[in-house]
Design a protein around this ligand. Sequence first.
Ligand SMILES: C[S@@+](CC[C@H](N)C(=O)[O-])C[C@H]1O[C@@H](n2cnc3c(N)ncnc32)[C@H](O)[C@@H]1O
Length: 288
Amino acid sequence: MTEAGAMSNADRDAAEFEGVPWRNVNLNDQPEARRVPTMLAGDEQRFYTWITQDWAEGTGAVVDLGAFAGGSTARLAAGAKAAGKPLAIHAYDKFTAKAETKQTELYDKGVPEFDGADILPLARDFLSPWADQITYHKGNIEELGWDGGPIEILAIDVFKKVDLIDPITRAFFPSLVPGRSLLVQQDFLHWSQPWICAQMELFGDVFEPVAFARRDSIAYLLRKPITEAVLKRAQVASLTDDDMQGAIASARVRFGDWGIQNRLDALSQGLAANPGARVSWQMKPPEA
Ligand SMILES: C[S@@+](CC[C@H](N)C(=O)[O-])C[C@H]1O[C@@H](n2cnc3c(N)ncnc32)[C@H](O)[C@@H]1O
């Protein structure tokens, strides 16, 4: 919002992300969000809070793909609430967790033990402070899809398998608005998901990278419409390892002075150490 509370028609500017303004977010100011376990790093949590609190104008929905127990959704919702913005937040997940994940991501983080794999009741409980703003979508995201309304913020934490990327991209990206929408690729710099970097390089100047939130997130502003031709060009399902290595090389140029060259090297090394791999949790670390 502008000072007068009215929205400007101007395209959003990459300069709004300069100086990493989200570092000013104090996570201790959000105790209700802090109690929700999350796999996000501290800087990512601050970024998720900042984009709803300070950056969003309410021009579309906020969509969280891969909410797990609600950690990322809580940071998005808390930022919106702190700023008094009635943003519509959509939390997507299978909302199920295997025993091992329950142990490491929930019990080990202080959540009392519970029966069964369904974590939707847990997520609803954690997210109850923002219940009026959140819509839940339980199931396989690639099957659930989106209603087609404009999306202002799309945060993705589910591109861990290549075969999910093209259908989810086709379902959600056309609802991003050129000049107005932010895409957060949460796992962009994780060594085990080099296909995200490949996808974003195939999009080329359709997206402009604007932020790096440690550990792994890169955020982009959409600059050009997501047409059918653009969707076809950015498909990743049939990319070879060499195609992906080429894309990582091109990202090295695009992100020349961003201080992430070693992370791009790790993407390349992760791919080289796992020829033909297309599922992140089946990959072995490059140094192993
Ligand atoms: C890394 S976790 C998300 C962490 C979460 N953003 C946080 O802040 O803690 C990835 C999530 O994606 C979900 N997921 C993976 N593939 C999915 C799919 N095809 N449809 C729905 N959810 C999926 C998993 O259930 C898991 O909860």
